[in-house]
Ligand binder design. Sequence first.
Ligand SMILES: Nc1ncnc2c1ncn2[C@@H]1O[C@H](COP(=O)(O)OP(=O)(O)OP(=O)(O)O)[C@@H](O)[C@H]1O
Ligand SMILES: [Mg+2]
Length: 248
Amino acid sequence: MNKQVQNWQGHSIEAQGLCKSFMSGEVTIKVLDGVSIGIAAGELTLISGPSGCGKSTLLSLLSALQKPDAGRVLILGQDITALGQKDLQRFRLEHTGFIFQGFNLFGALTALEQVQLPLGYLGLSDKQARERAMQALEEVDMLHRVASRPAQLSGGEKQRVAMARALAKRPQFLFADEPTSALDGENGHNIVDILHRVAREHGTTVLCVSHDPRLIGSADRVLAMEDGLIGREWRPEKSAHGESNAVK
Ligand SMILES: Nc1ncnc2c1ncn2[C@@H]1O[C@H](COP(=O)(O)OP(=O)(O)OP(=O)(O)O)[C@@H](O)[C@H]1O
Ligand SMILES: [Mg+2]
């Protein structure tokens, strides 16, 4: 994977004809009906659409958490749908970070421990892992709470710790499913700013699912899902300050 990662010049993520259905009792529900899309590195791409339209399902296929019934996902030119479970797990560990609506933090661990834990699996020494974890916590402005456990943190702080945990791996791909939906205005805004910064400054491919108008308005590119497909896509206009003016 690494050689291909370095040499690849095309779309960072490419979906080709993705189909996915689920059984509900006797009935088959077709959620994705041949989705084809290319996602660029260094951008914040947003998937929007009504509840139940298949946004999380699409994200899980593009991030190799689930396999499609038909179609392929190419990551930096490599067909990840053809990889076995072990290779997929390795790929996710080494190249991807995830942020979820519910934060998914461990209740017993401090902020520093939450961020440091996955770095141990990546083979970093305790010292390296600690340094990198501290850097990531600084990036999300959480250095003052490194010893706090989730029960002592606000929603916005918990999401920033989750963000630091994802960033500390320095992933090429950052996936976020409704990362701001449990947060109020200012905290939501902070998370949106961090997602942008990660794309711009680290060149990360940031792919986010959201209904949140703040996020829709400030994304580099929006993909709107309808009827199992990407129905429409657009680039929100930005003002001179980089803020969104309007969504076309
Ligand atoms: N593992 C599963 N088994 C059965 N049905 C599923 C499964 N996962 C998703 N579905 C169904 O697929 C459809 C799309 O679900 P998905 O979670 O992708 O929607 P979504 O757009 O993310 O919705 P929301 O905005 O509410 O999070 C829904 O009808 C859901 O019930
Ligand atoms: Mg969802």
